[in-house]
Design a protein around this ligand. Structure first.
Ligand SMILES: Nc1ncnc2c1ncn2[C@@H]1O[C@H](COP(=O)(O)OP(=O)(O)OP(=O)(O)O)[C@@H](O)[C@H]1O
Ligand SMILES: [Mg+2]
Length: 220
């Protein structure tokens, strides 16, 4: 599904150079649910952003669904991102002046398809996360857990094969966090490959595999 080999990421500013990732090698199979853990600043988000084609490595290869993506143009990467990858962030990243339904439809706007078809798919995704009764609400009218469920609906509406989640429960209390994890586990059972950054050992335990980072290096 996704394979990284010899990934290195260096951030350079005029005065300092930070080695954020150093020789990362991972091979994730279709249908796995993998956690990434490690202390703050160890490179978790950087790694997830590289997996999600939001950022380029300084060195190494990224292979997604059997394609080696080196040299791909931004436009091609954007298409792969839109069609094959769903993102979930700690701070939800919803658009406050769009309704819940409109937020969920966003990824579909970049694809062919009629408005009514988009609406149907968005409703289906909201049903999956148990929010059919909040479609006309706006994000500011929702609880944190509900916002994250909207973000999950938006991530899955285009039926991506890969879901990347960066501390999806980081801003939620443990009850809501568990609810979100249960939804992700359900999606995984239905076939989605999921990679999740978390600070919570108990959540990581419920996934198939754990990648630990320390100071930009893989320690397990
Ligand atoms: N745009 C950037 N420019 C320079 N350095 C950066 C940039 N983004 C990240 N870094 C550095 O790279 C390292 C890894 O950052 P990253 O955000 O991946 O950490 P993280 O493991 O996700 O941390 P957290 O748990 O706090 O979210 C950090 O030392 C950070 O300071
Ligand atoms: Mg981070």
């Amino acid at each position: 599904m996704i394979k990284l080999s010899g990934i290195e990421k260096v951030y350079r500013t005029s005065s300092i150079e930070t080695l954020a990732l150093d020789n990362i090698n991972v091979d994730i199979q279709k249908g796995e649910f993998v956690s990434i853990m490690g202390p703050s600043g160890c490179g978790k988000s950087t790694l997830l952003n590289i997996m999600g084609l939001l950022d380029e490595p300084s060195k190494g290869e990224v292979i997604i669904n059997d394609r080696q993506l080196k040299g791909y143009k931004d436009k091609e990467l954007a298409r792969i991102r839109n069609q094959e990858i769903g993102f979930i962030f700690q701070s939800f990243h919803l658009i406050n002046d769009l309704s819940v339904l409109d937020n969920v439809e966003i990824p579909l706007l970049y694809r062919p398809g009629s408005g009514s078809n988009r609406r149907e798919l968005a409703k289906e995704a909201l049903e999956k996360v148990g929010l059919s009764n909040r479609m006309k609400h706006f994000p500011t009218q929702l609880s944190g857990g509900q916002k994250q469920r909207v973000a999950i609906a938006r991530a899955i509406v285009g039926r991506p094969s890969l879901i990347l989640a960066d501390e999806p429960t980081g801003n939620l209390d443990s009850n809501m966090g568990n609810e979100i994890l249960n939804i992700l586990l359900q999606l995984n059972q239905e076939g989605s490959t999921i990679i999740m950054v978390t600070h919570d050992e108990n959540m990581a335990k419920r996934t198939n595999r754990l990648i630990r980072l320390f100071d930009g290096r893989q320690v397990s």
